[in-house]
Every structure is written in C-alpha cells, then in structure tokens.
Design a protein. Structure first.
Length: 89
C-alpha cells in the first residue's frame, strides 16, 4: 500500500511538471501544489479514459491513469484553475 502512495505522488509530480511546461505562465505554485495538480489531473485523466473507453469497470470510474492521461488531465485542471482565477479578479 505504501508503494502505491509513493508512486502516485511521483507520477503526480511529474505530470504536474509536464502540464506546467506545456502551459507556461505566471502560476505561482510550489512543489506541493504542482504535485496536487498532477494527482488531481491523474484522477481526471483516469475518469475521462473510463468514460471514453468504458474499460476497467472492476476498478471503478475514479482511478489513476497512465502518464499521458495524467498529463492531459493536469492540463485540463490547470486551464480550469486559470479560468477561475481570472473570474475572481
């Protein structure tokens, strides 16, 4: 169980870094926020992959996805965060 948490954190961090590299901008995020971005993006990517393919029904709709799905999900979450920040300003 501990290895799953560590792998989730590492993949989340890498996905968050890649998403921030794909969408450069003035996002003042630290390491924890970048990791959280990647983890939430991974869950979103897994959910979208489940909706598109309908596979992995035994694991449920919310699941961690591969690195590509994680990055796509993190990019979508980063776009959403930027839209919400602009709407508040």
């Amino acid at each position: 169980m501990l290895w799953f948490i560590i792998v989730t954190i590492v993949i989340g961090f890498v996905a968050g870094l890649i998403a921030r590299a794909i969408l450069p901008g003035n996002d003042s995020m630290g390491l924890l926020a970048t990791t959280a971005l990647g983890i939430v993006g991974s869950l979103l990517g897994g959910f979208l992959g489940y909706l598109i393919t309908g596979s992995d029904r035994a694991d449920g709709a919310f699941q961690t996805s591969g690195l590509i799905g994680s990055v796509i999900g993190a990019v979508l979450v980063l776009l959403l965060v930027r839209m919400l920040r602009r709407a508040r300003a």
